[in-house]
Design a protein around this ligand. Structure first.
Ligand SMILES: Cc1cc2nc3c(=O)[nH]c(=O)nc-3n(C[C@H](O)[C@H](O)[C@H](O)COP(=O)(O)O)c2cc1C
Length: 186
């Protein structure tokens, strides 16, 4: 049975670099693993009343059901105002409820952050890690994955160029798969 890893990009933008990185990561699944893209576009803003009053949006149920089939997660996040974009935080919140039924609990994760600038979304990377502590997700510590100047990693057709960023991404995926296999699942 393949291990199923969810690939979650924290952006809805059509030309999002995070989504392009996610598409590239999908191609890197090794034998024995299935990488599954999880889209966040349909998730409306979390309101606890939905769960408390039993009027759960269908999209929440679909998202939670999908996440319950997934055994690990690679988060690919950009940075908004030195933190995680709302769309990604919202997905985390939706998946974390109803209380006691979190889809995240115990699942090994990695955080790959990126930005067009030099700082590579360091702030978002570490804010996301703070939530993952509470959600009881073991997170790959090393390598830390900061993808700077990500705009330069793609050609005019949106394809990833050979080079440093692609090599770093491959190294990070390989490390995550090894860590997931040897450590996280024990
Ligand atoms: C609301 C907003 C806030 C942003 N804040 C930051 C920031 O704090 N740090 C940063 O490096 N880039 C910031 N940016 C620029 C993003 O890094 C850039 O738009 C990036 O391409 C977004 O990721 P995406 O390509 O996956 O959509 C911000 C962009 C927006 C729209």
């Amino acid at each position: 049975m393949n291990k199923i890893i969810g690939i979650i990009a924290g952006s809805l933008r059509k030309e999002s670099f995070s989504k392009k990185l996610a598409a590239e990561v999908l191609k890197m699944a090794p034998e024995g693993f299935e990488f599954k893209l999880v889209t966040l576009a349909d998730l409306q803003i979390y309101n606890q009343d939905f769960d408390d009053e039993g009027v759960v949006p269908e999209e929440y149920t679909e998202f939670r059901d999908l996440m319950n089939t997934i055994e690990g997660v690679i988060f690919i996040t950009p940075e908004y105002n030195r933190s995680v974009p709302g769309v990604l935080k919202n997905a985390i919140d939706v998946g974390s409820r109803p209380y006691g039924k979190s889809v995240w609990n115990g699942k090994p994760a990695a955080v790959f952050s990126n930005s067009p600038g030099n700082l590579a979304a360091f702030g978002a990377n570490h804010h996301l890690r703070q939530s993952l502590v509470f959600l009881n997700m073991p997170v790959m510590q090393q390598p830390e994955v900061y993808l700077a100047r990500v705009g330069e990693a793609f050609d005019e057709n949106g394809q990833m160029k050979e080079g440093k960023t692609k090599d770093l991404l491959q190294h990070a995926v390989t490390a995550f798969v090894a860590w997931f296999t040897k450590t996280a699942t024990k």
